[in-house]
Design a binder for this molecule. Structure first.
Ligand code: PEP
Ligand code: MG
Length: 846
């Protein structure tokens, strides 16, 4: 920005390398402080001010600056270079003792808090007492003498906890602040934020040392934050907050309610116009929507920092498309500007337009979308309740970066203070969580865990609805509806489709899922899990088949199931007419279909108490015992069950062929594929294929039709991957079942690990990410690579797909795109994201 000729307070940057050295060695590199001294001297020369040696005082700020912006997560220290003497020079220079003492007390407070770790609330207690004494409710109304008293009191608080550690020497102050900013890269909230947003831990932050300009110098001063376009919707309107007589942190912290940019234009018309011009200039320079911090000092506008603005998914999509249309970026860049995972947010509910319920309060519409949930008043409770499966709304006076875990767990965020650019607003938009901020009429009592507006009281646990699109808050139920489709979303996905080479299918087991998947652009079904068709009422029939004593008993149940299956397959083929549908033969971990013995025994006990007979239960319990496995996931599943109870697979193959015949006769264009799960040795596939082909032949004979139904297998066991060359000779396609492949490669139960220790593993850094969400490229990925190579070598016509959860994960998509897979299959809500991720993978590989 300095190079562009903008009024940026001068300064210098200590690069991320220094931070990384600090992380690796535990110490900052030798010679750093000498270089810092030299840079400070240059700064003194260029500004004509002095850092601690008489004359006009130069105060400095130290801010973090990382590759990816993490709003509010790292530390900043302002007003460095002040002490008992310098404060007097500052009074002489500014002619404003109130300002000078406020700068000093802010420095002591921030340095104590950030650098020395002396807790925050005691400073607030001092200020509160002073405000009480004066009968005012804003710090800006305190006198210079009050602020001097506050400074002294703050020093005492620090002295009590860290004796002799608050430096009076500006040089030492600067060193302490720089070290603290580097250290803040590794604080808990920054680590949490990185984990939430997939930012690597080893990047490190830079430290920017910059001359202070003062938004609290006099009535002609103030500070603000603005966005070049609306970060909630992406619309081309300037958007921001301004606080007269304040320092930057006051705006972001949401401590006082702010003015809009329009209101700024009436106070400082020239600065306002300049600011709009600069916003345009910076946007055409950086070609992105920007978040800009500015300060007006005695009527002069300064730009303090700029970064790419955090935005909602809706805004990201709209911005990418409109900027491409404006010629600011090309289509390829537009496609990279939207985070694939965020597209799911676009389908979040909104308040119905005809809603007539009156809101209890209206605040700032800070992050769009509506959310309904039980009110919680602190971040830890939000996490606890959300873990227990409850929908919660986090209600706070304002949020701080320490609340980040609770914000991530909450469905919506409501604050009584803060504007459009407060921490709560910025972070909520980044997370895609609906938020209402600055609902000023809401009185929040954090201690009592209550809030009130007029006559309405809100207690912890009360269900409320917040509408981050309009800013309204409701205690009465309101109707929520699915949002309308964004035309810009269609556009960006169309561009993604032009770019990508990887096919995208969906995992869908019901016609409703298939229709949804198709409407989101899925080009077929990559996995229809037939066991999902056997739940609910049909469970009894499946149980009969498994537990049958005689062939007659079994065949009766089988016939009933076959009839139902024909209908299931017909509906799926109709919903996906013209596109491939991979029907996977049954893969139940058996225990999912059988009653547990514990349940049976409990039921038996109840009956005994009621004096009713239990013979049938005892018989059932015996049967269940016969099938019981210690490790069902490693047991009689998939093709193993198919081979042991082969009437089941035969029935499914017959039903699928019958459905195919019916669809063809109905004039459709069905494209059926059949898939065998959990194969570990080629012999399993050979035998299963024989059964399927017999059913195909008989369907062909009775219908007089010819079929082309590919038969493939899942590759989801390490042995299958390692013997893929043999298996490929018997398969038309492979579909990598990366859920099982991950489970079996790690020896980590996918059902249990998450709850037991996987989260701890990730938190402690033993694993970088959850391998069930993002493919483990070194291990599981290596098996996939081997299977692709050896499979294709043996059978060049082999089609390759992936249908585990990783099919919707951008990093995993990029990996398999690189391997040349033909398609991935994702759950319907993730299909759009997968289309985008596939295009991004192609662009990254070009
Ligand atoms: C898999 O294992 O990745 C898979 C898709 O099958 P399921 O999740 O049904 O075991
Ligand atoms: Mg599986």
């Amino acid at each position: 920005m300095t190079a562009l000729g903008l009024a940026v307070p001068p300064g210098f940057t200590i690069t991320t390398e220094v931070c990384r050295i600090g992380m690796e060695t535990g110490e900052l590199p030798e010679g750093l402080w000498d270089e810092v001294d030299q840079a400070v001297r240059r700064l003194e020369e260029s500004t004509g001010r002095s850092f601690g040696s008489g004359g006009v005082p130069m105060l400095l700020s130290v801010r973090s600056g990382a590759k990816f912006s993490m709003p509010g997560m790292m530390d900043t220290v302002l007003n460095l270079g002040i002490n008992d003497e310098i404060v007097e020079s500052l009074i002489a220079w500014s002619g404003n003792p109130h300002f000078a003492w406020d700068a000093y007390r802010r420095f002591v407070q921030m340095y104590g808090d950030v650098v020395l770790g002396v807790d925050d609330h005691r400073y607030q207690d001092v200020l509160e007492e002073l405000r009480g004494r004066r009968g005012v409710d804003d710090d800006s109304q305190l006198t210079a003498e009050d602020l001097r008293e506050a400074t002294e009191a703050f020093k005492k608080i620090i002295e009590a906890k860290r004796p002799g550690e608050l430096p009076t020497d500006p040089k030492l102050q600067l060193q302490g602040a720089i070290s603290a900013v580097f250290a803040s890269w590794s604080n808990r909230r920054a680590s949490d934020y990185r984990r939430l947003h997939g930012i690597p831990d080893d990047l490190g932050t830079a430290a920017n040392v910059q001359l202070m300009v003062f938004g609290d110098l006099d009535e002609e001063s103030g500070t603000g934050v603005c966005f070049t376009r609306d970060p909630g919707t992406g619309e081309r309107v300037a958007y921001g907050d301004y606080l007269p007589q304040a320092q930057g942190e006051d705006v972001v912290a949401g401590i006082r309610n702010t003015l809009t940019l329009d209101e700024l234009s009436s106070i400082h018309p020239v600065c306002h116009e300049d600011l709009l011009g600069i916003m345009d200039q910076l946007e055409s320079h950086y070609r992105d929507m920007l978040d800009i911090e500015f300060t007006i000092e005695r009527g002069l506008l300064y730009i303090l920092q700029v970064r790419a603005g955090k935005r909602t998914a809706e805004a990201a999509v709209r911005l990418a498309v409109t900027m491409a249309r404006e010629g600011l970026i090309d289509k390829e860049t537009a496609v990279t500007r939207v985070e694939p995972a965020s597209l799911e947010q676009l389908h979040r509910p909104h308040v119905a337009p005809h809603n007539e319920v009156a809101p209890i309060v209206t605040g700032v519409a800070a992050s769009p979308g509506a959310a309904r949930g039980a009110v919680v008043f602190d971040a830890d409770t939000a996490v606890e309740r959300a873990k227990a499966g409850e929908d919660v709304i986090l209600l706070r006076p304002e949020t701080t970066p320490d609340d980040i875990h609770g914000m991530a767990a909450a469905l919506g965020i409501l604050t009584s203070q803060g504007g459009k650019t407060s921490h709560a607003a910025v972070v909520a938009r980044g997370m895609g969580t609906p938020a209402v901020t600055g609902a000023a009429d809401l009185r929040v009592d954090i201690g009592a865990k209550t809030a009130a507006v007029g006559e309405v009281d809100i207690a912890a646990g009360d269900v409320i609805t917040i509408d981050g699109t309009s800013g309204a808050v409701y205690t009465e139920p309101v109707e929520l509806i699915a949002p309308e489709k964004l035309p810009e979303l269609e556009q960006i996905l169309a561009w993604a489709d032009e770019i990508r080479t990887l096919g995208i299918r969906a995992n869908a087991d019901t016609p409703a899922d298939a229709i949804e998947a198709r409407s989101r652009g899925a080009m077929g079904i990559g996995l229809a899990r037939t066991e999902h068709m056997f739940l609910g009422e049909r469970l009894q029939v499946v149980r009969q088949i498994i537990l049958a004593h005689s062939d007659e008993e079994r065949s009766g149940a089988l016939e009933e199931l076959e009839r139902l299956q024909v209908g299931d397959f017909e509906d799926l083929l109709a919903a996906m007419d013209g596109l491939p549908v991979v029907v996977r033969l049954l893969d139940p971990p058996l225990h999912e279909f059988l009653p547990s013995r514990l349940e049976l025994e409990e039921e038996a006990l109840r009956r005994v108490r009621a004096g009713r007979p239990i013979d049938d239960l005892m018989a059932m319990s015996k049967e269940v015992a016969r099938w019981e496995e210690d490790n069902p996931m490693l047991g009689l599943r998939g093709v193993r069950l198919g081979l042991m109870v082969h009437e089941l697979y035969r029935m499914q193959a017959r039903a699928a062929m019958e459905a195919l015949v019916r669809r063809i006769r109905a004039g459709g264009n069905p494209k059926l594929e059949l898939m065998v799960p959990l194969v570990s040795t080629v012999e399993e596939l050979i035998r299963m294929k024989r059964v399927i082909q017999e059913e195909m032949a008989s369907a062909s004979e009775t219908s007089g039709l010819e079929f082309d139904v590919p038969i493939g297998t899942m590759i989801e066991l390490p042995r299958a991957a390692l013997t893929a060359g043999e298996i490929a000779l018997e398969a038309d396609f492979f579909s990598f079942g990366t859920n099982d492949l991950t489970q079996m490669t790690y020896g980590l139960s996918r059902d249990d690990a998450e709850g037991l220790f996987l989260r701890d593993y990730v938190e402690q850094g033993i694993l970088k990410t959850d391998p069930f969400q993002t493919l483990d490229i070194q291990g599981v990925g290596r098996l996939i690579r081997v299977a692709c190579l050896e499979g294709l070598e043996a059978n060049p016509n082999l089609t390759l797909g992936l249908c585990g959860e990783h099919g919707g994960d951008p990093e995993s998509i990029a990996f398999v795109h690189g391997l040349g897979l033909d398609y991935v299959s994702a759950s319907p809500p993730r299909v759009e994201g997968a289309r985008l991720a596939a295009a991004q993978a192609e662009l990254a590989a070009r």
